[in-house]
Ligand binder design. Structure first.
Ligand code: FAD
Ligand code: UDP
Length: 391
């Protein structure tokens, strides 16, 4: 049938867009993308704030970084990147410190002038009985990495605010992403390539689907049977599907709910050009109820002349458990969650003609470059075979 697309992609996030782009370009497939939101881009979507000239990342700050050559070459087909290098500061007990924890943080904290070797020795002492072990939970891993005083200052309360879960119950992997450095290097990421899309995230993602074989409908829910691209109708018609929504939702939560955290954003506007002097200020202590504040203007200093010199916009982030109707942002990933996901993944593997992908479809904490990498691989391994009949 000429009206039926060769492939339906559920979710216009980076996973769905990458697969759609590949299917159109490499198989000549006609791809239809649906998204329940009123815009493409998934969680990487951004928009321009008229008043300040800031590019607001609607679902929280997004910094692109990768060491993957294939991903870097791929994304550069659709956008160039600014020279932005991510750095984060933290307010603790009335002082501002550089993050991730580095020699500058350590010397400021202890009012000292330790050399790298001295600082290393001190941290080892403070890690006490956990030194040299390989702890599986965040609490012990944190103390082992940086010692108890720094852990209590910079990690304990922040993690408590962000996860509302006892750090002893959280996987150590969450904190392994935060390096500790015995130099003054406070670059947040250590990837080969890093930057922000020069003319914004949305322009980048629009270019990914500029191919006329790709069509999009927004405001369309896959599970709404009153619209034609619903699960029941597409499964009955045998149309290949790439599904990037929540995996438990696909199976009607038959085995129970996978647990997520969400973030509420509180917007604050200031009558000044620059409020923090940096794009991201973390608040390490329990008395500030939000985890961090994002001053979007400061992600794009190269746009200063187009930004309002007298006004700025800041988003404070409040983290909490997600219910079914909230945006799922961070998979909580306790052992119980992982076991439940494994059971859903078995159901997904038996769902022939449907490829599950992305953060929600595989219950994974993925950065953008990982989502693009897994989408390119999923295209090669799983989607291309479903399109073999496309002329
Ligand atoms: P998503 O972007 O979530 O897209 C899934 C899409 O599916 C959504 O648009 C959704 O509306 C749609 N959908 C779901 N259910 C349905 C349905 N029933 N019907 C129709 N459509 C549906 N990555 C980085 O690399 N750097 C960062 O700094 C960074 N910061 C982040 C900060 C936050 C707060 C969050 C939440 C994520 C961050 N990420 C970051 C991760 C990044 O957002 C993801 O890796 C990437 O956007 C995920 O793409 P995706 O396509 O898998 O999922
Ligand atoms: N973290 C912390 N203090 C900080 C920053 C991070 O304790 O100032 C911990 C916290 O548990 C967080 C994890 O390190 O969940 C990863 O931090 P990152 O900034 O990478 O998280 P994201 O940007 O994904 O929220």
């Amino acid at each position: 049938n000429g009206d039926t697309p060769d492939l339906v992609v559920v979710g216009a996030g980076l996973f769905g867009l990458t697969v759609a782009q590949q299917a159109a370009e490499r198989a000549g497939a006609r791809v239809h993308i649906i998204d329940v939101r009123d815009h493409i881009g998934g969680n990487a979507y951004s928009y321009m704030d008229e008043e300040t000239g800031a590019e607001i990342h609607k679902y929280g700050a997004h910094l692109f970084h990768t060491s993957n050559r294939r991903v870097w070459d791929y994304v550069n087909r659709f956008t160039s990147f600014t020279g932005y290098v991510h750095r984060v500061y933290a307010t603790h007990d009335g002082e501002v410190y550089p993050l991730p924890i580095n020699l500058g943080t350590i010397n400021q904290f202890f009012h000292a002038h330790y050399t790298p070797a001295e600082a290393r020795q001190l941290i080892e002492q403070q890690a006490g009985e956990l030194a040299g072990t390989d702890p599986a939970n965040l609490n012990d891993k944190g103390i082992q990495l940086i010692g108890r005083p720094l852990y209590e200052a910079f990690i304990k309360n922040y993690t408590g605010k962000q996860w509302q879960t006892d750090p002893a119950e959280l996987p150590a992997s969450i904190i392994k992403r935060l390096p500790v450095r015995f130099t003054y290097d406070n670059r947040y990421f250590k990837d080969t390539w890093e930057g922000l899309p020069a003319d914004g995230y949305t322009a980048w993602m629009e270019r990914m689907i500029a191919d006329p074989r790709i069509t999009v409908s927004l405001g369309v829910d896959f599970f709404d049977e009153s619209q034609p691209y619903n699960k029941k109708a597409l499964r009955a018609a045998g149309v290949p599907i790439v599904y990037t929504g929540p995996i438990d939702r696909y199976f009607d939560y038959a085995l129970g709910d996978l647990k997520w955290r969400t973030v509420d954003f509180k917007e604050v506007r200031y009558d000044e050009g620059d409020h923090f002097g940096c794009p991201v200020m973390n608040f390490s202590d329990a008395d500030v109820p939000y985890t961090r504040a994002i001053e979007f203007k400061n992600f794009n200093p190269e746009r200063r002349e187009r930004q309002n010199p007298n006004r700025t916009v800041v988003w404070e982030e409040y983290s909490r458990f997600a219910g079914r109707d909230d945006e799922p942002y961070y998979p909580i990933n306790t052992d119980a969650d992982k076991a439940l996901y494994a059971r859903y993944a078995e159901l997904a593997a038996a769902e022939h003609g449907v490829v599950f992908g992305g953060r929600l479809g595989t219950y994974q904490y993925y950065d953008m470059h990982q989502v693009i990498d897994t989408a390119l691989k999923a295209y090669d391994d799983q989607v291309m075979p479903l399109l073999a009949h496309v002329a």
